[in-house]
Design a protein around this ligand. Sequence first.
Ligand code: FAD
Length: 548
Amino acid sequence: METNIRAATNQSPLLAGHHVVDGDAALCDAVVRHGSAEVLKTLDELGRVAGTEEAREHGMLANRFPPEHVPYDRYGNRVDEVRFHPSWHWLMDHAVGYGLQAAPWVADDPHAHVRRAAGFLAWSQVEPGHACPISMTYAAIPALRADPALADVWTPALAAPHYDPGTRPVADKRGALAGMGMTEKQGGSDVRTNVTTATPTGDPGSYTLRGHKWFTSAPQNDVFLVLAQAPDGLTCFLVPRSLPDGSRNVFDIARLKDKLGNRSNASSELEFDGTLAHRLGEEGRGVRTIIEMVAATRLDTVLGSAALMRRSVAEATWHAAHRTAFGRLLVDQPLMTNVLADLAIESEAATALGLRLAAAVDRLDDPHEAALRRIALPLSKFWVCKRTPAHVAEALECLGGNGYAEESGMPLLFRESPLNSIWEGSGNVNALDVLRALTREPEVLDAWITEVGAARGVDPRLDRAIDGVLALLGDPGSLELSARRLAGSMAACLQGALLVRYAPPEVADAFCATRCDTAYHGTFGTLPAALGATTMRAIVDRATPTVE
Ligand SMILES: Cc1cc2nc3c(=O)[nH]c(=O)nc-3n(C[C@H](O)[C@H](O)[C@H](O)COP(=O)(O)OP(=O)(O)OC[C@H]3O[C@@H](n4cnc5c(N)ncnc54)[C@H](O)[C@@H]3O)c2cc1C
């Protein structure tokens, strides 16, 4: 019989039509654990839409047609608009409509942040770039509270579930979005070197800015928290794009960055010259004020990385469940089972940790939760974001050559994967922040010990890892050099403790056998053979999406 050279056989079908929330056992467990079954039900529409082919297509298009800077209008007026593909607006409209921006801060719901975290984790799997303005809007509220009058003006619009793009005064908008400008050319981590100046205008709380920002993402947003040097030192300011009379504030976009990934999102270089700004918090306390925003965005870097991992696992397990090589489905090839199971436990651990952090935000009045959040945010950001590029690369390889082709969607995830580790404090900066918290706030170590202590005595490998952290802390002289090891180990212990307490035994066992054991080999697919193929397969089945 003649071969049909155009036939496409043994190709995995497109992963679409699955429920991104309900099909993620680790996420559902975490939402019910830290919220309730009712909270989970509220994510039904979001999870269903996130799995549609339409959503997938919008995610791809928003990246294939990146935003363009429009410096002037047709008459020569400086406008500094950013023009986006319609798919960007579709993504934003859904994300805001689902209340993933600042809505939880005003919601009458004891689990508002857990709900939002789960929604953010699921929805960012559609497309990660638009999560940036969503995340900054979520994060602006705690910092805005430094000035109740400014918070009263902006919070209702930032929390409103209406996507209303366009540069207009906040009073004329059904919904608004926020951004932040800290990084300058001469320094991002060390913002004390900021050179942008703020000069009082004479009106109480009003200043004019002169200077620049080297990175400010989503410059099309409505309002920005910006650091600048006031007479009494580095200070946080609120900078609206539009002034109350409808005129534009001076907010010149020098250019948009040409980036490795995150291409759907506009990241700009800005110039200020006579830009009107309102002081937020006291002069000289800028870092103290904006750190509230940084902390909230750090939560989203963990959730965003967990989202990249989960989407990667979904694509890899789906592919392996449908593709045959050497006479067997890939998922039934023992070494591939090991790789997939290993990727799945990493993803589950990231999800469990991210949702645990969100639960702490829901209960900040509880001193244990507040202290845990203080220490667990930087160490989780360090560890989870740092693990993501290797994780996504390995998942991409599970699809073979198809994974390297743009239309698989995997290159988009891979290009995005290093970003969460860079912004909001790069890896070293977060590892050092863990040390800072341990030194200045003794209660944070107690919170970590209490949290991991709840799982003590169940798995000796986890117990040894916890002892290893305490031993490292016993040698304060070399702590700066070992800050990464410390942060990573503390995070792995937190993840291990969560999995030992709540995950299926095989997931916890595989995690402790690797991430908590000194014999860990560092690449995926090196789970110990002693776990057995059946156990590994059970882990893979737990992570594989299903389509009704
Ligand atoms: C796509 C994108 C979007 C961004 N959007 C925004 C935005 O909207 N707003 C904004 O303000 N910024 C934004 N940034 C900037 C980002 O937050 C900074 O790039 C980041 O904080 C690092 O600062 P830097 O680039 O100046 O690097 P540096 O501060 O120069 O750091 C370089 C390296 O040195 C390490 N390092 C720094 N200090 C120490 C130390 N004491 N010990 C050991 N190692 C150290 C860092 O970990 C890093 O690896 C964005 C960046 C990117 C890539």
